[in-house]
Structures are given as C-alpha cells and as structure tokens.
Ligand binder design. Sequence first.
Ligand SMILES: *Cc1c(COP(=O)(O)O)cnc(C)c1O
Length: 373
Amino acid sequence: MSGGFREAVVDLDAVSANVARLREIVGTPHVLAVVKANAYGHGAVECARAALAGGADWLGVADIPEGLQLREAGIDAPVLAWLHDPDEDFAAAVAAGIDVGISSAAQLEAAAAAGTVETPAFVQLKLETGLSRNGVPASEWEAVVARAHELEQSGTLVVRGLFSHLSNASPDDDRAAIAVFRRGVDQAEAAGLRPSLRHIAASAAALTLPESRFDLVRFGLAIYGLSPFGPESAAELGLRPAMTLRGRVAAVRRVAAGTGVSYDYTYRTATETTLVLVPLGYAEGIPRHASGRGPVSIHGRRYRVSGRVAMDQFVVDVGDAEVAVGDEVVLFGDPATGVPTADDWAEAADTINWEIVTRVGGRVRRSYRGGTA
Ligand SMILES: *Cc1c(COP(=O)(O)O)cnc(C)c1O
C-alpha cells in the first residue's frame, strides 16, 4: 500500500521552530512541551525530540505509561506526569526519573513510599484552583504541604514544583485562579518547602496573560503550530501547523444529475458531475459531524465533503474538474500553502482544533519531515 493512501505528514522542523518562537515570546526560565496523547496525534517520541531540539527543557504527559514510553525511546529529559490510576504504584516512575504530579494526600504517601534516600521520588504538588478536575483542594492544601515537608526531611521525597491548571473561562476567572495559586505557593513556602518550579499556564494563558507565566509554561497545542485563538493568530505569532492530513483518491465516478451520495443520500448531485472517493473515515478520526461540510483541497481547489462521512471513506463532488485515481486530497495543513486548516475542520464539526488533530488515528500512517528522528 502506498504511504500516501492515508497519511499524516508531520513536519518536525515546524515543531522545533514553534517551540523556539514560543520560548522567545514568553521568556520564562523553563518551557514544558506537552506530548500527551501521542503528542496530540503527531507522534510522541518524534515530537518530544523535536521540542527539545527547539529549546523545551521539560516534557509533560498525562499518565506515567506515556512518560515511560519516552524513557524507553532513550529520551532522558525531565518529564512530568499528572493523571494517575487510583492504584498507581509510583516505583516505575521514580526508577525512570519521572516527576509525579500529586493531586491528593494519598498520592503523596504513595509517591514517598516509592522513593528511597538514594533515589527519592520527585514530585510536583498540584493545587485545585477552580477547574474542578484533579489537584489538592484548597481546604486540604496546608495539611498536604506540611506532610510533604515532613517527607522531604526524611529524604525519600523532593518537592520540585507546585502547579495548577486554568479554565480559560475568561481573563478574570484565570486571574482569580492565579490568586488562589499564589496563596498556595505562599502557604507551601511557609511550611518550609522550596520548590524551584511554579507553573499554571498552558498555551492560551501563556500567550495572553503574562502574570500566569511564573517559572515555567506548559505548551501543548501551540507547539504543533495551532493557536487557541484560530489560524490567523497562529500565523501572527509566527507558528506553523506541523501536521498535514492527506489521502489519495481511491475511485472516480462520472454520474448523472440527481444521484444520491453516501449513506442516507443526504447529498444528491444537482447536475451531471464527477464524484471522487477519499479513503479516510471516522475510523481515522474524521468527524462524522463534519458530513456535508468538512473542506478538502484537490489540485489547489477547495471542495467540501458531499454527504455522510462513513467509517472508511467519504465522497467529494468535484464538478467538472479533472481528478484522477491516485491524486492527492489534503484535508488540512498549513494555510500558507492554500489548504484548509484544522480550525476549518473544527468549525465544520462544531469542535476545537485540539480535538481535530488529536483524534487522527485508525489506519493513518504517520510520516515525518525534518528533525533528526
Ligand atoms: C493538556 C494540558 C496542557 C496543555 O494544554 P494546551 O492548551 O494544549 O497548551 C497543559 N497542562 C495540563 C495540566 C494539561 O492537561
């Protein structure tokens, strides 16, 4: 099978350049590149290396198995993991030198139990500041930081960082959360902790709220060249989308006016026309919600999905354009090349660009350009 049949081409030089650009914008001592969920669908190991090459000095993942995957690939940069199985045994993380994000008193004890004086557990304590996800509740924070200090004295645990996460509900909501975080930092210091990393900002706040930057910012979406504020903002910030999703026309059919297209015939041809078959479907993460709307580019011209997106494929009515079996169809990529964006697909499917790239999977083959991977 030819590589281009269903292919996500990831430009690793774009990832490196985006990280370098973001570092320059925020000017923080540290930048953490978030490579969870297979680097938002871009390939975790390859993107981790590219982000480090661009100047990130930390990597972030949701769970420990994702961090271990980076270690198994030989990546020895600092890694933080923050979402754990309730029964997680932190021994593997400690042995691999992965920092454990702590969201409860029980997790703190489990991490300390996994550490030894020779190989202490490095932890970062997460304070819940409004998002209502994980993190130690403010009401338990003083007890947790006091206990963390005690465990530090015993030598099996080191509190390297304090962190939280923002809602992006509004600048005022984020400022309120930052105020809660600052109080938490003060309480931790009063308890005797001396963490070197304080962090709360992901892409959106890091780019818009300078007071959210502290010692480190956690960039996910933006390192892949997408902006929380749309494609114009990405271009203005000097970011370049790293992923191009494309396929090859699998069939071409000339049909009469009034021909029904795909399941349920939600689309019927208005005139005699040419239909092309694109071999990507919802199994590949193409949202069925984008049926009749998702944009594609063929020979530099823009068309829309005609009718339903099916599991393996969708159809595009290209009118009288000359399209042949094997021709390239681009679903999204860098708008500077004239193709649709992940943001266009997000709009078509009533979702966000984060989801569009992250859900790319199924039988899509990833190939890489640039980088040293
Ligand atoms: C996913 C995640 C990020 C990255 O968010 P972006 O909006 O993609 O930059 C940062 N921090 C935490 C805790 C996350 O879960």
